[in-house]
Design a protein around this ligand. Structure first.
Ligand SMILES: N[C@@H](CCC(=O)N[C@@H](CS)C(=O)NCC(=O)O)C(=O)O
Length: 363
């Protein structure tokens, strides 16, 4: 049996893994995560509903796109999406986090502001592929309520919408400029950072028709990159740029991650620590630990505190903490240049880990 990817065309995080699997040239079959697959496979395996899920040839279950990619990196041959160069790897991990968790805001906003009917139909096509089209739409609308309803939890409100659009367009322009001189983030080979960006930029912001038009108009090279990152199965390895160089054209994007995303992550950490002192006996974490203020494009709004992105940030910090000598100096320099020097002394305490598909405190 080959790998099975349980996922769906409309799913942001399925696109991240699908693009990676195709580039890595891993044999896999995609199984549409319809209602029956949720009930018979996904929920029994995870204990809750979430995609994508990877089922390995040994019938192991892997969830969370980062864990899926790391599993395949450890078990499959061929070139890696992790740059050998420590500074490139640091930047790539930061950009994976930025794509997965910060660009999620624009991905959710654009889907529901400009592609509502398309999305309802897609939710129905995924969950109930055998029903007639109008019934798929009606049932898709019901199934989509939870997702559309999550917008305020992500800080997407009428107050923040103009800032979300402004910062997304600035990101698109910066990435388009970078892509004029490099096919991927760090050269001719896609990195873990490319796949982090691919989630929001493919399934939502390229594939949703109205969002795709916006991308084609503002940043045609980003649309082209999304197509290439998600291209059908191929075995083109490419290379990362030499000498551990982080292309100058990535600096504006790394600075966005430092000035926009990092303050929110720092605030989440403070909130998590407060939650822990208020709940000293808790061993596992709820998905949301409370509400806080965040800022996007200078506009402040309430948003739920999600501890999960801190687990991803911990990966970035673990990589950084292992560096020594000239590598550490070069990594410090990058963090200072992009305005992320607070990462140099940051520690995620209590330490987080994932067990049985849940975020828990490390023992
Ligand atoms: N961090 C997770 C996020 C996965 C995720 O949010 N998947 C969405 C679909 S794209 C989902 O199934 N959401 C269900 C839910 O949030 O309850 C990953 O990287 O796998």
């Amino acid at each position: 049996m080959s790998y099975q990817l349980l996922g769906a065309p409309l799913s942001l995080y399925s696109g991240k893994v699908r693009g990676y699997l195709r580039w890595k040239n891993v044999a896999f079959t995609e199984v549409l995560s319809n209602r029956e697959v949720y009930e018979k496979e996904i929920v029994p395996r995870l204990g809750y509903g979430m995609v994508p899920v990877l089922i390995t040839p040994d019938d192991e279950t892997v969830q969370d796109t980062t864990e899926i990619i790391d599993y395949l990196e450890a078990h499959e041959p061929g070139p890696s999406v992790y740059p050998q160069g420590p500074v490139q790897k640091l930047a790539a991990l930061l950009l994976e986090l930025f794509g997965d968790e910060w660009l999620l805001i624009s991905a959710m906003h654009y889907r529901w502001a400009y592609n509502e009917d398309f999305a309802y139909q897609e939710f129905g096509n995924t969950a109930f592929p055998d029903l007639p089209s109008d019934e798929r739409y009606a049932r898709g609308k019901k199934a989509a309520e939870k997702f559309k309803g999550s917008l305020p939890f992500l800080g997407i409100t009428p107050k923040t919408v103009p800032a979300i659009e402004q910062t997304y367009e600035a990101f698109l322009r910066a990435f388009d400029t970078h892509l004029a001189s490099h096919p991927f983030l760090f050269g001719t080979r896609p990195s873990i950072g490319d796949y982090g960006l691919l989630g929001p930029l493919y399934a939502h912001n390229y594939r949703d028709p109205a969002s795709g038009e916006i991308m084609e108009r503002i940043a045609p090279l980003v649309a082209d990159w999304a197509r290439r990152c998600h291209a059908p199965q191929h075995s083109l390895s490419g290379e990362f740029v030499s000498d551990d160089e982080v292309p100058e054209t990535l600096m504006p994007i790394l600075k966005m991650s430092a000035t926009e995303h990092l303050p929110m992550l720092q605030d989440c950490l403070t909130d998590l620590q407060k939650w822990v002192s208020d709940n000293p006996d808790a061993s596992k974490l709820p998905r949301i630990t409370g509400f806080h203020k965040y800022k996007i494009g200078g506009v402040e709004e309430d948003r739920a505190v999600f501890p999960y992105p801190l687990w991803m940030l911990q990966r970035v910090l673990d990589h950084f903490a292992a560096l020594q000598g000239a590598d550490k100096t070069a990594a410090d320099d990058l963090l200072k240049r992009i305005g992320a020097e607070s990462l140099i002394t940051m520690n995620i305490t209590p330490r987080l880990t994932r067990e049985n598909f849940k975020l828990v405190f490390a023992q």
